[in-house]
Structures are given as C-alpha cells and as structure tokens.
Ligand binder design. Structure first.
Ligand code: NAD
Length: 275
C-alpha cells in the first residue's frame, strides 16, 4: 500500500496517513508503534505531553527501518514556550526519541494568554536552520495566531495541526492556511470517539456502498480533502483497517454529504483559552 506524500511549503514531503499516539499508555506504545511499522505505517505523531516519546523511539530503533524512510513529529508543550526554555525542550524530546532530528516540530497550542508563541517560533526557526527539525509548524493556531507569525517572523509554518472531523471542520482556519501555503493536519480525525460519528446513517450508508467500514469512509473523506491524518488505535485490526483507505474513492456527492454534517462541534480544547 503506498501512502500519498504531501509536499510542504519548505520542499519536504510528509506521508498523508500516519499513526497518532495521544493517550497510548507508555507501557503499550512500543508494541503499538512496532505493529504499525510492521503494517506499513511510516509516519508517527507524538508530543512531549503524551509521555511516550521514549517508547516511540524504542520502536523506531527496534524496527531497523532506515531513518529517512520514517516521518516523526513531536511537539513543544505550553510550559516550555519562551526563548529560554524552547531549545532545551527540543533537545530533551530528541534525547527521549533517541533521534538526531525530527521531521516536524510543532508548537502544541498558541496559549495567547502567555503571549510567548512569537518568540518560541523564532527558536523553531533556528532549529530548522540547524537541520535538526526538518520542518516546523504549529498546532491549534487560529487565523489571528497564524497572522501574527506571518507579520512578525520570517518562516511561514509548514503545517497547522488542528481539530478537524465532520462535526468540526474549521473552514475559515483551513481556508486561511491554504491561502498561505500552510498544510492542514486533522487531529481527532474520528472525533476521538466522543460522538457517534461512525454510527451516523450518512456515514454508514456510504460505507455499505463501498464495502468499507465507517472509520475508513471518514478517513477517506479527510484524504480526499488533502488533509493529513494520523488516527489513533492500539488494536492491531484497527491499525490495519485505518491504513487500508487507498483502494476506493468517494464520489463528489458522498464527500459533500459528509461535509454537510458540520455542527461546529468541538470535542477538544479551545485554542483561545487552552493554556
Ligand atoms: P481519533 O479521532 O484518532 O480517535 C481515536 C479513537 O477512535 C480511538 O480511541 C478509538 O476508540 C477510535 N478508533 C480508531 N480507529 C477506529 C476504527 N477503525 N473503528 C472504530 N473506532 C476507531 O482521536 P485522537 O487520537 O485524539 O487523534 C489522532 C491523533 O491526533 C492523536 O493520537 C494525536 O497524535 C493527535 N492529536 C493532537 C492534538 C493536538 O492538540 N495537536 C490533540 C489531540 C490529538
């Protein structure tokens, strides 16, 4: 199975489908990531705050897969923002991952009340120049936060990783990002299981028509919109299922029916207040 690559504004490419390890217990992470790598996943999304970077690193080392065939993302957490602390946070993430570089380093949340994301971004610019963060980006940034980076710094983020699933599609952030060449990653692509997305009749009937599961249909909807996804599962059969979304295509009408499910229904934190 070949996962499409998305070309970023800095010239690097990212596999459009990967595995996210939010809320994967550290004790299970090495097994889950190893299974994903066996299945064919080559893109792993972790973060300092997930508490499992070390275990992700162990699975990578044990896999024997050449480093440049893997795509590894981690994120700088809120209390590490700031000129004095960001560089150290990055070094500690690399140490835990046991890597010389990451493919993508993200500021996890803007935390506007701290007002440190602009100076933190300056540190990420230097990390990219040093070659140890191939690409740099942000997460949970809304238009105003992106606009400040565009106005006050030199490097346009390669990626904005935002909550995005059928009930919460963030069309204005997405349009703004696209207009500035910023790729969108959808976190919580399956709604984190927090609403009955996979039981909605619109999704179930499309799944039946294609002989696919509701989860595969939702992931396919993301893929056809051009967003990057890394659904989380700890179960091998679901890892296989979530990776198997490249042998069918949703029609324009089916895509539109899923897009029509928008409810403004955030399931995660509010980027303006999360701190
Ligand atoms: P998700 O939408 O991927 O949902 C995960 C849940 O969906 C699982 O717990 C499981 O119960 C269910 N699931 C997975 N595969 C399934 C299948 N085939 N059939 C039925 N149910 C299935 O939610 P997520 O894990 O929060 O998001 C994915 C990744 O996004 C995370 O692991 C993490 O890497 C990233 N993330 C980032 C942020 C951020 O602030 N940047 C926040 C949350 C998540």
């Amino acid at each position: 199975m070949t996962v499409p690559l998305i070309r970023l504004n800095d010239g690097a490419s990212i596999p459009q489908l990967g595995l996210g390890v939010f809320r994967v217990d550290a004790g299970e992470t090495e097994r889950v990531v190893s299974e994903a790598l066996e299945i064919g996943y080559r893109h792993i999304d972790t973060a300092k705050i997930y508490g499992n970077e070390e275990e992700v690193g162990r699975a990578i080392a044990a896999s024997g897969i050449p480093r440049d065939e893997l795509y590894i993302t981690t994120k700088l957490y809120n209390d590490d923002q700031g000129r004095a602390t960001a560089r150290d946070a990055f070094e500690r993430s690399l140490d835990r991952l046991d890597l010389e570089r990451v493919d993508l380093y993200l500021i996890h949340w803007p935390c506007p009340a701290r007002d440190l994301y602009v100076e933190t971004w300056r540190v990420l610019e230097q990390l990219q120049q040093s070659g140890r963060a191939t690409s740099i980006g942000v997460s949970n940034f809304l238009e105003a936060h992106l606009q400040r980076l565009l106005d006050e710094t030199d490097v346009v983020p390669a990626i904005d990783q935002i909550e995005l699933h059928p009930y919460h599609q963030q069309p204005s952030v997405t349009a703004f990002a696209r207009a500035h060449g910023i790729a969108i990653e959808s976190w919580g692509p399956l709604g984190q299981g927090k609403y009955p997305l996979l039981e909605l009749p619109e999704i179930v009937s499309i799944a039946r028509a294609h002989g696919k599961s509701p989860a595969q249909v939702v992931l396919r909807w993301h893929i056809q919109q051009g967003t990057i996804v890394f659904p989380k599962s700890t179960r091998r059969e679901r890892l296989v299922e979530n990776f198997d979304v490249f042998d069918f295509e949703l029609s324009v009408e089916e895509q539109a029916a899923i897009t029509g499910l928008e409810r403004g229904g955030r399931v995660g934190g509010d980027p303006n207040t999360a701190s």
